[in-house]
Design a binder for this molecule. Sequence first.
Ligand SMILES: Cc1cc2nc3c(=O)[nH]c(=O)nc-3n(C[C@H](O)[C@H](O)[C@H](O)COP(=O)(O)OP(=O)(O)OC[C@H]3O[C@@H](n4cnc5c(N)ncnc54)[C@H](O)[C@@H]3O)c2cc1C
Ligand SMILES: *[C@@H]1O[C@H](CO)[C@@H](O)[C@H](O)[C@H]1NC(C)=O
Length: 629
Amino acid sequence: MTLRQRLPNMRSTLGPFLAFRTELGLLSIAALDLMLSILRPDLADLASRPLDVGHEFLKSYDFIVVGAGSAGAVVASRLSEINSWNVLLLEAGPDEPIFTDVPGLGGGSARSNIDWQVRTEADLGYCRSSQGGRCYFPQGKVLGGTSVLNGMLYIRGNRRDYDQWAADGNEGWSYDDVLPYFLKSEDMRVEKYKSSSYHATGGLLPVEEMRFNSPVTDELFKAAEELGYPEIDVNGESQTGFFRFYGTLRNGFRCSTSKAFLRPARNRKNLHVSMRSTVLKVLIDGETKRVVGVVFDKDGRRYVVKATQEVILSAGAFRSPHLLLLSGVGPREQLDHFGIPVVSDLPVGKNLQDHISLGALIFLLEDPISTILTRVNVFSALTQLLFSNKGPLMSNGAVEISGFVHSRYANASENWPDLALYFKSVTENNDGGAFLRVLEGLSDEVFADLVEPILLKDAFGIFPCILHPYSRGEVSLRSSNPRDPPIIRPNYFSDPRDLAVAVDGVRLAMLLSETKIMKAHGARLNPNKIRGCAHFEYPSDEYWACAAREITMSAWHFAGTAKMGPSYDPEAVVDPRLRVYGVRGLRVVDSSIMPIIVSGNTNAPAIMIAEKAADMIKEDKLDFQNIFS
Ligand SMILES: Cc1cc2nc3c(=O)[nH]c(=O)nc-3n(C[C@H](O)[C@H](O)[C@H](O)COP(=O)(O)OP(=O)(O)OC[C@H]3O[C@@H](n4cnc5c(N)ncnc54)[C@H](O)[C@@H]3O)c2cc1C
Ligand SMILES: *[C@@H]1O[C@H](CO)[C@@H](O)[C@H](O)[C@H]1NC(C)=O
């Protein structure tokens, strides 16, 4: 099908952009990688990239870590600090490309070979206007995992989140318990935060401010002030207010967990990193319930490698539960249905949580203060990027500032915001349909209704995201074939309270657009509505509730599918030391273990979970007396 047939209503101006994105996109990405590798050898960093072990595996390792993502890269790095332990790290994807280091280009990896390209099942309750009625989720399939294609925001969540985990019986996970593990990784490089007791310097994970902000973000900051919101450090004492974001960046460029944690470990003889290695199953002895090893495919060959101590699953909130199910750890009924012998009957895959809301909420501007794709001088942007680490490509574009606020349903005196307002200076319309449309999986109809009439006009977006979802989704087996992706049903808005908070978020977004300062820039709501909700008054709460079910946007913070809990918790899959119940030698260490999703972005928490897990494993396995006496 040609581009024009796919998008019948498309204005002719749009053609070249989309053609660039879809037909030439891959070619230009390869060309860009080549150019960067020649002009910026510091980014290519060939001398310190992890080496692939090839096909020279040992018969057995002390530890096998599955998945080299936000969490897995950290676990493998920390465990291999112990010289006497052999560690094998298996990652389904390849090494990181170079272009994803450029903050403004990370979105370009959506739907490429380093993205698992996850799709949910169709459901009438949400994502109704997404392609095929199925939500689309980017997920990293690459060394560094989703930290290679995420928005880089460094946000830990609220003190109360962790205190709630601890109150529910998860000993060792209160805020005061986990803060040292956030600090352990951190190398805070923003001057004003260096001396804060909430931050640390000298860790492996650099945290910096973005090198570029669109003019509109300064104005939005003033708008928040006008509404009485304070400026805060999102990871500091109080978490209600607005903040300019800082993120996992080094010298302004993306720093994935592979870059931060695996590259410094490149020369360790006891760490084998194996890329393009897809684990199919964890082998567990049915009698003793002890982990034996893993089965994986690499370059068309199948391997069985043994683990003498432990297998650690860090395959993310979809693939860790998937691997558990394939290995006989899961709900008995489901495993029986697929003829998989049950090793441990546990509620694996339940309790899926995420942060979501209405997407494509666009406000137009009279003044030219946003980032319009056609206004960016590509040559100058590239020159600035290459020779001075500056310019618009040094912004992640999508989100430069955010606010954490209380909806009308939350108790503001608890200082536990239930809404995040992410401001976008790049919107679905001012990027000409070239990037966000693809990343967010907008359908042609929504694009034609909502975006096309205001294409390439000045605008900003607000993504009002719910932080305390009540709805719970599920990951389950599609078949017993490990190559079949799991079934994913997030069940967004199945609890009506989530929809109510989302709608209230739109109200707060509108209030910001109606401040004096934003009015002075001619801010006004996108006058176009989508056809699926055209029968509702516009704007109205009913319209927004309908629109949220049509254009359901995820912040891609999947969590909870291998829930941590005490032994008396019937929903628990792992104990507070992250050991899978009923199996010996198996832990889950990634975003899956969160019992309740934190009220913030999930990358820093995944890294914290890995830091803490590595320490717990060292405590469990090493004789500390011997080491330290
Ligand atoms: C587009 C996007 C933007 C985001 N923006 C932010 C943000 O700005 N800030 C923030 O804090 N969070 C953000 N997030 C969320 C955050 O990045 C994730 O929650 C976090 O990276 C999850 O870490 P993880 O270790 O659980 O999983 P992942 O990082 O996804 O790691 C899982 C790894 O396991 C590998 N794997 C899976 N199955 C197998 C197998 N069978 N065999 C071998 N390997 C396997 C995968 O390839 C992957 O490398 C964003 C997410 C997305 C998708
Ligand atoms: C709000 O929270 C405060 C502090 O925890 C508490 O004292 C108050 O009773 C709460 N109000 C309501 C209406 O729940």
